[in-house]
Design a protein around this ligand. Structure first.
Ligand code: UD1
Ligand code: CA
Length: 447
């Protein structure tokens, strides 16, 4: 059976006190919306629709960034979650099978839970995801008898007795598409909020003699973000999980609580990560590599046996082959370092290719930007770049070539050649002593 996804993301998120729509606030380097889309992707949906409203263009752009084929519909008036789901109907025209509704501000629903819901759909016409809330607060409550969900009552409309229920509504709903449209058509806004509630759907199904059921998940999964405090809590929850998963996966973390992962960080077995390391999006570290303390990696690939840091920065497009060394205060951007290359100290390598076993001395800079355009630097296999060499791109240093320390290299260096690009040294005997005496006299005269 096919499943399509509807993600509700029209809300402003007033309590975030932000110019940015709530679903674009980030956890682990990805917008909340992308977390919800990733969760939904576990179902391999036939079609995916995002319902936008507040700052709709920005939200749509983030959704298309994730999947260019995603359908976007706008809810121009926010009349409630039921109304929001109805807006997606034209975008799902001609689709049969199930629809699952997720909320854009609920990032952590797991693939297992969604699979459980799909499985429960074989027993019930409508399935809702519930959870036992430690503090049920203002969540909607699930009114159940046995494994039947009789209805959902919103907090605002609930009696004291209903408010005492601790089984709460996560917001996730699954039903056959045609049935869902049918049931939604019967939803009214005759309630305390004056909204069209999606949560009326199970009760309407029951009143028609259909069956409604529920599955439950851990409260941590249904964590919804409504405030900055919730966002911080979501980040902390994500990091705690990512650290635990890394350890289970055979990664050594000397101080797990100081290592920060992105939503898509991939670390191989026997990778070792020292304290205070930050992984931005798009990082893969292969088996046996070491990331030393205080390093920051983003959009980078680190191969087997490479050592990065301490205090290294890998920016997008950094591609380190096996056994590469990148040391302290080194920045690598959009550059490929072939096997065994060494860049150990105080160096910037950008828009470059560094050949096998090449060695870049301290203070090497690829001068890749002329203020308008970026240019490439090519460093051949086995080349030795003397300390404090400025490689003014576009420029090529040949295989096994050398550059003298302090050189400003502006033209290509042939294979095996030594480039000297600096003023010749002149020594003036005794001049330092005479100069120092003279300076002392001047100082004495000035008192
Ligand atoms: C909703 C549920 C409640 C559940 C809770 C879980 C309803 C009526 N209530 O309450 O049972 O316990 O979520 O977090 O569904 N949205 C739109 N358009 C609208 C209204 C909302 O797109 O017109 C979106 C919001 O952006 C948000 C989601 O739907 O992503 C949920 O809306 P929200 O107003 O936060 O619902 P809650 O009051 O939290
Ligand atoms: Ca909410």
């Amino acid at each position: 059976m096919t499943t399509s996804l509807i993600i509700l993301a029209a809300g402003q998120g007033t309590r975030m006190l932000s110019d940015r729509p709530k679903v674009l606030h980030e956890v682990a380097g990805a917008p909340l919306l992308v977390h919800a889309l990733r969760a939904g992707a576990a179902l391999s949906p036939e079609r995916c629709v995002v319902v936008t409203g507040h700052e709709g263009e920005a939200v749509a752009a983030a959704a298309r960034d994730w999947d260019p084929d995603i359908a976007i519909v706008e809810q121009t008036e926010r009349l409630g979650t039921g109304h929001a789901v109805q807006q997606a109907r034209p975008a799902l025209d001609g689709i049969s099978g199930d629809v699952i509704v997720l909320y854009g501000d609920t990032p952590f629903i797991s693939a297992e839970t969604l699979t459980k819901m799909a499985e429960a759909r074989t027993r019930h016409d409508v399935v809702v995801l519930g959870f036992e809330a430690a503090d049920p607060g203002r969540y909607g409550r699930l009114v159940t008898s046995g494994d039947t969900l009789e209805r959902i009552v919103e907090y605002k409309d609930a009696t004291d007795e209903e408010r005492a229920i601790t089984l709460c509504n996560s917001g996730v709903v699954a039903a056959d598409a045609a049935l869902l449209w049918d049931l939604l058509a019967a939803v009214t806004n005759d309630n305390a909020a004056g909204e069209y509630y999606l949560t009326d759907v199970p009760g309407i199904a029951r009143s028609r003699g259909l069956s409604a059921g529920f599955v439950t998940c851990d409260e941590a999964e249904t964590l919804g973000v409504n405030s900055r405090a919730d966002l911080a809590a979501a980040e902390a929850a994500f990091q705690a999980r990512a650290r635990a998963e890394a350890l289970v996966g055979g990664v050594t973390l000397a101080a797990p609580e100081t290592v920060f992962f992105a939503y898509d960080t991939v670390l191989g077995r026997d990778v070792s990560v020292e304290p205070n390391v930050v992984f931005g999006p798009g990082v893969t570290v292969e088996t046996g590599a070491t990331i030393r303390a205080f390093s920051h990696l983003e959009g980078a690939h680190v191969s087997r046996g490479a050592v990065v840091g301490p205090y290294a920065r890998l920016r997008p497009g950094a591609e380190l082959a096996e056994d590469v060394r990148v040391g302290n205060f080194v920045e690598i951007k959009n550059a490929v370092l072939d096997e065994g290359a060494k860049v150990n100290h105080l160096t910037y390598v950008g828009d470059a290719h560094v050949g096998r076993r090449a060695n870049l001395g301290a203070g090497t800079v690829t001068c890749n930007y002329d203020g308008v355009m970026k240019h490439r630097t090519e460093i051949g296999e086995g080349a030795f770049i003397g300390s404090s060499t400025m490689l003014v791109a576009p420029v090529t240093v040949g295989r096994d070539a050398m550059t003298a320390s302090g050189s400003v290299v502006t033209s290509d260096v042939p294979d095996g050649a030594l480039a000297l690009g600096r003023a010749r040294q002149v020594n003036k005997p005794g001049m330092a002593t005479r100069l120092r005496e003279k300076l002392k006299q001047i100082k004495a005269q000035r008192g």
